[in-house]
Design a binder for this molecule. Sequence first.
Ligand SMILES: [Ca+2]
Length: 247
Amino acid sequence: MKNRRLLINLLLLAALMFAQFVVATATRARTVKATKFTVRVENISSAEGQTAADGAKWPFALSPGMWVLHDRKASLFIEGRKASSGLEAQAEDGNPEGLIASLEKMHHASSLHGLFNTPVGTMGPGPIGPGGAYEFSFSATAGMKLSLALMFGQSNDLFYAPDPHGIALFDAKGLPLSGNVTSRIILWDAGTEVNQELGVGTDQAPRQKAPNTGAAENGVVTRARSEVFYSKTNELFRVIVTPESGM
Ligand SMILES: [Ca+2]
């Protein structure tokens, strides 16, 4: 009789432990569920181009860039501080490799950052002019935010990026972000090279003699509010975030 009760108690205990294990496993599976996102950066500026002060036409273009997922603030730059050499290369020469290298130096997980340099439908790296697009994909979990950086191609050191707080990829209920996030993208001046007229300056990436050419500005990263293009982002390109359904 005593042994039987002990056996029943042991069986009940085992059942209870198994139930707890199932609940714990299910909870864990739910919290680490990843959603795959695709981001498309599309140059929608006029094929007729932009007009310089002397009437010359020039095409609006975006350079290759990089993306990073983070939780608090992104580490790409701090508003009001001097730009890193990685950000300088991104903003002056459209080269995202230095920013990627600094993330790797910080042991930032390689699945949580990357560069995009090959326009959709082409075989190799290059900028995107009117009608061109970049696309990149990643998997993210609840709480992650997206930041990206790319250069205003025909500038001395202007780049596009969201506020360092980034773009939250999930809402408070854990539902994935979907749609047009262009309004979150800001035009910044890296403060590393003196600005010339956009589209025509001789030290700007398409025309400079070599990378990192131009008068040093010795400034800090600021919002490029003095540029007429500061408020034109929505007419120049769009950034669309699409979560994969059913994941
Ligand atoms: Ca500048």
